[in-house]
Write a protein that binds this ligand. Structure first.
Ligand SMILES: Cc1cc2nc3c(=O)[nH]c(=O)nc-3n(C[C@H](O)[C@H](O)[C@H](O)COP(=O)(O)O)c2cc1C
Length: 403
């Protein structure tokens, strides 16, 4: 059986699947439920000194939306949208540290690595909260520079507002990392032009790792009533976000080589493998756990293990970053051999579906048969829209016409 163990900033994880900071980790009771699933770790709900962000959790509202962005009732599709608002941990920092210590006792028993999460309102409170966190015996801290809601709330300079300001993000990272001895992970927001640039800034300021990436803010509405769901703007995400997240996971991995924990868009074990192949060492799950329950984490771990065994990988560590490293620059792509579409005559039904989607005008009807001409540049769209599997193939082109 493949070895699932990974090291992250010097801390051992028995496997790379962890629960993200959110409602499934919002109390010692909830964290213990995560721990019992066999998850490699968990990130506790973010603790804050912002009363507004604590109050917001009491007004928590969530909707699963389907592919047409209608509110789901019972049946939730795989590519759901999770639209909602919540705040941070409801407890005061002092109360929260007690919850953390209780969870930590259980985590140690079950070899589950507990990560604390912090969001302050001033540089001083970021530091104070991080030190309080370190004093509980926790071995890793995540700074939440990505919470989507503060931008809509007055008087809460936390979360995304910090993550969008390179100077503030660097300053807080610097002050926290020089004040605590344990490694600090920075959780970034996707709502910046260049996540690599922000990751580089927090790395230079002392951050040991990055979490890529928190949720976007969206606006989803009901056209029958002409009103937004849950009264207004909210965090938005779901499994469909995965390619956007993986872009930044892979870019940060190749540009900086900093340890990455990936979040935002995982539905199942296959997504977790994709996150790791893009460069994440740890993979965080949230909204799918809220949908399917704590036990689902165990299924994801099993799925990753079975995949590794089927492919003959001795260790999960071998897949980290393989796809990111295989990605070519546009310059490198110029030297790739040219491809051309090839119609398999025996399978083609002459339905002409391919012609409707060929915008290089390379497909014509000649003597009653759909035919690929010299204008074909091997873009591949016809192979996707053709209704008969295998009726159009892509072939490397040495001489035209292809044989
Ligand atoms: C209900 C809910 C509460 C969340 N609370 C926090 C939080 O307190 N701190 C934090 O850093 N991220 C928080 N997040 C973001 C998650 O940790 C996670 O990064 C995000 O949901 C993307 O992962 P997913 O696609 O698996 O849902 C929350 C997300 C949700 C849905």
């Amino acid at each position: 059986m493949a070895d699932l163990k990974v090291q992250f900033c010097g801390v051992n994880f028995k496997n790379p699947i962890i629960a993200a900071s959110a409602e499934p980790t919002l109390s010692a009771r909830n964290m213990k439920q995560v721990i019992r699933t066999g998850a490699g770790g968990l990130v506790a709900k973010t603790v804050t000194d912002s009363e507004a962000m604590r109050r917001l959790t009491r007004m928590s509202k969530w909707r699963y939306l389907d592919e047409e962005h209608n509110v789901c009732r019972g049946k939730i599709p795989r590519l759901f949208t999770f639209y909602g608002r919540t705040g941070l941990a409801e407890e005061t920092p002092e109360e929260w540290m007690k919850e953390l210590k209780e969870a930590q006792t259980s985590a140690l028993k079950h070899d589950c690595a507990l990560i604390g999460s912090v969001a302050g309102t001033t540089v001083e409170s970021w530091v104070t909260l991080s030190k309080m966190m370190e004093d509980t015996g926790i071995r890793l801290i995540e700074l939440n520079f990505g919470c989507p809601h503060p931008s809509e709330m007055k008087g809460t300079p936390t979360g995304m507002l910090v993550g969008q300001d390179k100077n503030a993000a660097s300053d807080i990272t610097h002050q926290v990392t020089r004040s605590v001895k344990i490694p600090v992970i920075i959780k970034l927001t996707p709502q910046v032009a260049d996540v690599v640039d922000m990751a580089r800034a927090v790395q230079s300021a002392g951050g040991s790792a990055v979490t890529i990436i928190n949720r976007f803010v969206g606006f989803c509405l009901d056209i029958e009533t002409g009103r937004p769901y849950i009264h207004g703007w909210a965090g938005v995400g779901g499994p469909w976000v995965k390619p956007l997240t993986l872009r930044w996971v892979s870019k940060v991995y190749t540009a900086l080589g900093i340890p990455i924990t990936g979040t935002n868009g995982v539905y199942d074990w296959k997504d977790a493998v994709e996150f790791m192949m893009s460069g994440a060492t740890l993979v965080q799950l949230c909204s799918v756990v809220m949908l399917k329950g704590y036990g689902y984490l165990g299924k994801v771990i099993k799925g990753v293990e079975e995949f590794l065994d089927r492919k003959g990988y001795p260790s999960v560590r071998e897949i980290i970053g393989v796809a990111a490293k295989a990605a070519m620059s546009y310059e490198e792509m110029e030297s790739l051999p040219r491809e051309c579409a090839l119609i398999v005559r025996e399978l083609c039904t002459n339905c002409k579906r391919c012609m409707r989607s060929c915008f290089y005008n390379a497909i014509e009807v000649k003597e009653g048969e759909v035919t690929i001409g010299e204008a074909c540049r091997g873009c591949g769209i016809c192979t996707c829209v053709c209704p008969v599997p295998g009726a159009i193939l892509l072939r490397h082109l040495c001489v035209y016409p292809p044989s």
